[in-house]
Ligand binder design. Structure first.
Ligand code: G1P
Length: 174
C-alpha cells in the first residue's frame, strides 16, 4: 500500500546479495519466444546493472507514463540520464515509456533504505531509479513483445483474450 520500494525492502531479507527482477502484473507482457524476463536477464548478464523495460508510445499518450531521456548505446538499449513521471506533452523528453518490469542490483538496497518518501508519503522505486539514472547506472531496454495495460478495461480484456487464444493454440498443437 505504501509503494513498491517498501515491498522490495520487505523482500530484501530473503533476496540477500542477489539481483532482483520485479514484475508488476498490471503491465502484462507477452512475447513470441523469449519471455520479457528472460530477455532482461540475458541483458543483465552482460551489463550487470539496473534495467528498466521501455516501450515507444504514441506522442499523444506520453502524459500517461513515466518517460526516459537518454542516449542509445546499441539497438534497443539506452543509457538513461533522466526519468520524468507523467509530464505535460511539451515537457516530454521522449516517447519512450517506462514499463513496470525492472531488474535492480542488490547494492542499491541501501539507497532504497536511505531515500526519503515522496511528497505523498509513498515509498516508490522511481525516486531511487532516478538517482541511479543520473549517475548513468540504469539501462532502458526496448523489449521484444507486446504489452497490455491491465489498468484499463480495454487492456485487461485484450490481455485476457490473447492469453486465452495462446493457450488454445498450444492445446491444439499437442
Ligand atoms: C506506472 C508508473 C509509470 C509507468 C506506468 C506503466 O504508472 O508510475 O512510470 O510508465 O506505470 O504502466 P501507473 O500506470 O501506475 O499510473
Amino acid at each position: 500500500m505504501k509503494g513498491l520500494r517498501r515491498a522490495i525492502l520487505i523482500g530484501a531479507t530473503l533476496i540477500g546479495n542477489e539481483p532482483l527482477a520485479i514484475i508488476l502484473a498490471d503491465d502484462y507482457c507477452v512475447s513470441a519466444n523469449d519471455s520479457v524476463l528472460s530477455q532482461r536477464v540475458k541483458l543483465y548478464e552482460i551489463h550487470q546493472c539496473s534495467i528498466v523495460a521501455i516501450e515507444e508510445v504514441p506522442e499523444g499518450e506520453t502524459y500517461r507514463y513515466g518517460l526516459i531521456d537518454g542516449v542509445i548505446e546499441e539497438e534497443g538499449i539506452y543509457r538513461i540520464s533522466n526519468m520524468v513521471e507523467k509530464p505535460v506533452p511539451e515537457d516530454a523528453p521522449s516517447n519512450l515509456a517506462i514499463i513496470r518490469r525492472y531488474i535492480i542490483t542488490p547494492d542499491i538496497f541501501d539507497t532504497i533504505r536511505n531515500t526519503p518518501p515522496s511528497k505523498n508519503g509513498e515509498i516508490q522505486i522511481a525516486d531511487v531509479q532516478l538517482k541511479l539514472a543520473k549517475q548513468g547506472k540504469v539501462l532502458g531496454y526496448k523489449f521484444k513483445g507486446k504489452r497490455f495495460d491491465c489498468g484499463s478495461i480495454d487492456g485487461y480484456i485484450n490481455a485476457t483474450n490473447i492469453t486465452y487464444a495462446l493457450e488454445k493454440t498450444k492445446e491444439a498443437a499437442l
